[in-house]
Each structure stands twice: as C-alpha cells, then as structure tokens.
Design a protein. Structure first.
Length: 104
C-alpha cells in the first residue's frame, strides 16, 4: 500500500438533479457501506426465516412434510428482500426539490 492511500476512505459520487440542476454529492463511507451490507445480510436472513416458517406450515398442509415446502419459500423470500434492500440503498433525495435520484 502506498502512503496516502489510507486517506481514501470515502467514495464520492456526483449526480445532477434533472429537475432543478443541483449537483448532489453522495459520499459513501466504506465503514457505512460495510454496515449496510451487514444489515442486508441480516434482512435476508430474517426473510429466509419467515419464508421457512410460511413454507413449513404450507408444507404440512399440502404435502404432509415440512421439508418439501421450506426451501422454495425461503429462497423466494430472501430474493425479494435482497431486491428491496438493494433498491433503497441506491436512492437519494434532492435537498432542493425532493426529487428521487438513483445512483448506479
Ligand atoms: Zn432538484
């Protein structure tokens, strides 16, 4: 690692508001990003748990076996939750007009 590389702790993205033209800086701190990933993992984990719970009760009702229903439901719930969390993390509001802007 070269000297001075430690300073690069933030990833800065710039986006121009299509409504009012304000340049908005989105500073992504690496620590914050790590926290978001952890939150996402927790969300996916809990969604998987809920899916497994629904799946197991559905499995009992439909097939008489909890295992047959557990896995597909858990996977679907985790997938939906992953999509929802990734969408919310890339959206920012314009401080001037309140327009929702999407970051890549
Ligand atoms: Zn704006």
């Amino acid at each position: 690692m070269k000297p001075g590389e430690k300073e690069k702790i933030a990833i800065i993205e710039e986006i121009k508001c299509p409504k009012c033209g304000t340049l908005i800086k989105n500073i992504k701190n690496k620590k914050a990003a790590k926290g978001r990933i952890l939150k996402k993992v927790l969300a996916i984990g809990s969604a998987g748990g809920i899916g497994a719970w629904i799946g197991s009760s559905a499995g009992i009702a439909m097939f008489g076996s909890a295992i047959s229903g557990t896995f597909p439901f858990a996977l679907v719930a985790a997938g939906v939750m992953a999509l929802a969390t990734s969408k919310s993390s890339s959206t920012i509001k314009c401080p001037k007009c309140g327009t929702k802007l999407k970051f890549k």
